[in-house]
Design a protein around this ligand. Structure first.
Ligand code: GDP
Ligand code: MG
Length: 596
């Protein structure tokens, strides 16, 4: 297809404003998916995406569309909307020339509408403003067209009005994409350069890499090279997604599709890398990618220690699907062999864990998530702490924690409640603007550690669900942070160490000691549980001693019952972890780490 007939666009919106539904309608209206094969959220292929109703991976689909008798090819990239996945959005945007900015006509602009719009503008995309869900009785398209037009600086009449549900207004929108989004520009005669914006591990076909060709062309059977590693591969198959993978003769300037090289090692196809011809390679790679930076760390351990190699393989495979996931081996005295993993946020962590358990059939335990701390010692050495139990013990001069710049949009009646919440979370108000007379935008600097865990839920409940939140990394700041250790009979249990603000140390210590007292069974001797900051004990509990004799329970019972009990006890022993002299059942660790 000549570039003049290609339009590459994405749909961006606040979560739940209807991206996936609109994408579904476009697939149907362009005839790519037949009526009877249609299912809701066609592009959300992963089970987790369907169940949670959210989009995690970006997807690219090719659709034919005719305007005034001329055939065009539209490449649509559906993007995730959650704040954890801004990186996925930014990669999708880099493969497009235009963006459909979707706003729910019953809700108006929300925090991620702004964030996504700024991302699109940074990438020089043509933005088409669209109000969605006009079929809803509560829709106020005129009111919100004013808001949207004010934001991007156009006429309210230029905002399209559609319903992804009924299909109303979608055909004129497709025409407008052809009319307004510029065609891709590239040099067809230059050595090939294609950017990798996604890659997936497929059990049968190996690594499937999604690319957008910028210059030159890629053809089946030729040798290609990855510019960052110089590794070369034969192109076994190249094609487009429409809506299933379909082999093609080649991909030229501006085209979006997939390629398969038969590579099995997941690390050979790096997201953000540039693909070129092996024989006539391009001089310089394409730029514009931002490396994803993990913000939240947690230890992942197999419940059954013999699953460790499987967990490693599973992480290797998932890594290909997920450029933002990082991990390295780690050992815990309490939990055995596992991995310290870095994630973009808590939702990302939950999803990775769920996928590991589901797609790879693993039972896992994850430690309390934490952010990354930069610790400067009095002698000047710097330590980066991604695991609280590795917080240095010597004389600490300064601890820095990551902070974010948060934007909260809410009805103005909630200003007081939001300020109170943010102050309680160590926030600093940066500024406040009225979007209209009853809606306000508040900007805060907040510690990441305060925002990643339960901030969003607290915000929602204090504003009856009306506030929306977006945040971006904003460097770090010094803070009064301490490490709280949990000790059983004087032995530190590494999995329970936490780095918390000085004022919260006591609360954490009391909570954890109390929990463990409930969870750890009595032993033959007394077991003190202590929470300590350095050498100072801040909370303590005691597990009283008992004489453990299971056979006493079935005094006079028949012999086979006794034997069964003994065997059961032996089984149980295997799942016990020793902390010093104390036997702690695996379940106690799991329970202590999973609940709230
Ligand atoms: P996404 O998070 O932006 O991908 O949003 P979804 O497409 O998953 O839609 C979120 C919710 O809004 C779902 O319950 C959809 O059924 C609903 N929805 C999406 N578009 C429309 C629409 O045009 N009209 C109505 N009434 N509901 C819609
Ligand atoms: Mg979606």
């Amino acid at each position: 297809t000549p570039p003049e007939a290609i339009r590459n666009f994405c749909i961006i919106a606040h979560i739940d404003h209807g991206k996936s539904t609109l994408a579904d309608r476009m697939l149907q209206i362009t005839g790519v998916v037949e009526e009877r094969a249609m299912r809701a959220q066609y592009l959300d292929r992963m089970d987790i995406e369907r169940e949670r109703g959210i989009t995690i991976k970006s997807q690219a689909v090719r659709m034919p569309w005719e305007v005034e008798g001329h055939p065009y090819v539209l490449n649509m990239i559906d993007t995730p909307g959650h704040v954890d996945f801004t990186y996925e959005v930014s990669r999708s945007l880099a493969a497009c020339e235009g963006a459909v900015l979707l706003v729910d006509a019953a809700q108006g602009i929300e925090a991620q509408t702004l964030a996504n719009l700024y991302l699109a503008l940074e990438n020089d995309l043509t933005v088409i403003p669209v109000l969605n869900k006009i079929d809803l009785p509560a829709a106020q398209p005129e009111k919100y067209a004013e808001e949207l037009a004010g934001l991007i600086g156009c006429d309210p009449a230029d905002c399209f009005q559609v319903s992804g549900k009924t299909g109303a207004g979608v055909e004129p929108l497709l025409d407008a994409i052809v009319g307004q989004v510029p065609p891709p520009v590239g040099d067809p005669a230059a050595p090939a350069r294609a950017m990798i914006f996604d890659s997936v591990y497929d059990t049968y076909r190996g690594v499937v890499t999604y690319v957008r060709v910028v210059d030159g062309d890629l053809n089946p059977r030729e040798r290609i090279a990855m510019m960052s590693t110089k590794a070369t591969h034969e192109l076994l198959e190249i094609g487009v997604i429409s809506p299933e993978p379909t082999p093609a003769d080649g991909l030229g300037v501006g085209e979006v599709g997939y390629l398969i090289t038969g590579v099995k090692d997941v690390r050979q196809s790096r997201v953000g890398d540039t693909v070129t011809n092996a024989r006539t390679p391009a001089d310089s790679p394409l730029g514009g990618y931002r490396d994803p930076k993990p913000m939240v760390f947690s230890g992942l351990y197999p419940i059954d220690g013999s699953d460790y190699p499987d967990l490693r393989d599973a992480l290797d495979k998932l890594k290909l699907n997920d450029a933002a996931l990082v991990y390295e081996p780690e050992t815990s005295a309490a939990l055995g062999f596992g991995f310290r993993c870095g994630f973009l946020g808590l939702l990302h962590l939950e999803i990775v864990r769920e996928r590991l358990e589901r797609e790879f059939d693993l039972d896992l335990i994850s430690t309390q998530p934490n952010v990354v701390y930069d610790v400067t010692m009095e002698d000047g050495t710097e330590v980066v702490v991604t695991n609280p139990s590795e917080f240095p013990g010597g004389k600490v001069a300064d601890v820095r924690e990551p902070v974010v710049r948060a934007t909260i949009l809410a009805p103005s009646e909630f200003i007081g409640a939001i300020m109170e919440l943010c102050q309680g979370k160590r926030g600093t108000l940066l500024g406040m603007d009225y979007l209209s007379e009853d809606r306000v935008e508040m900007r805060y600097t907040l510690p990441l550690a305060e925002i990643v865990f339960d901030f969003f839920d607290a915000l929602k409940s204090r504003t009856r669900g009306y506030a929306s939140l977006d945040y971006e990394p904003a460097g770090d700041q010094s803070a009064d942070l301490v490490k709280v250790d949990i000790l059983l009979q004087g032995e530190q249990v590494d999995a329970f160490s936490a780095i918390v603000h000085k004022d919260r140390a006591y609360g954490y210590g009391v909570m954890m000691a109390g929990k463990l007292k409930e969870l750890i069974p009595r032993q033959q001797f007394e077991v003190p549980i202590q929470a300590a900051v350095g050498a100072r004990v801040i909370a303590r509990e005691n597990i009283r001693a008992i004489r453990k004799d299971v056979l006493a329970k079935c005094y006079g019972g028949d012999i086979s019952r006794k034997r069964k009990l003994l065997e059961k006890q032996k089984e149980g022993k295997k799942r016990m972890k020793m902390v010093g002299r104390v036997e702690v059942p695996q379940e106690a660790f799991i329970a202590a780490l999973t609940s709230d």
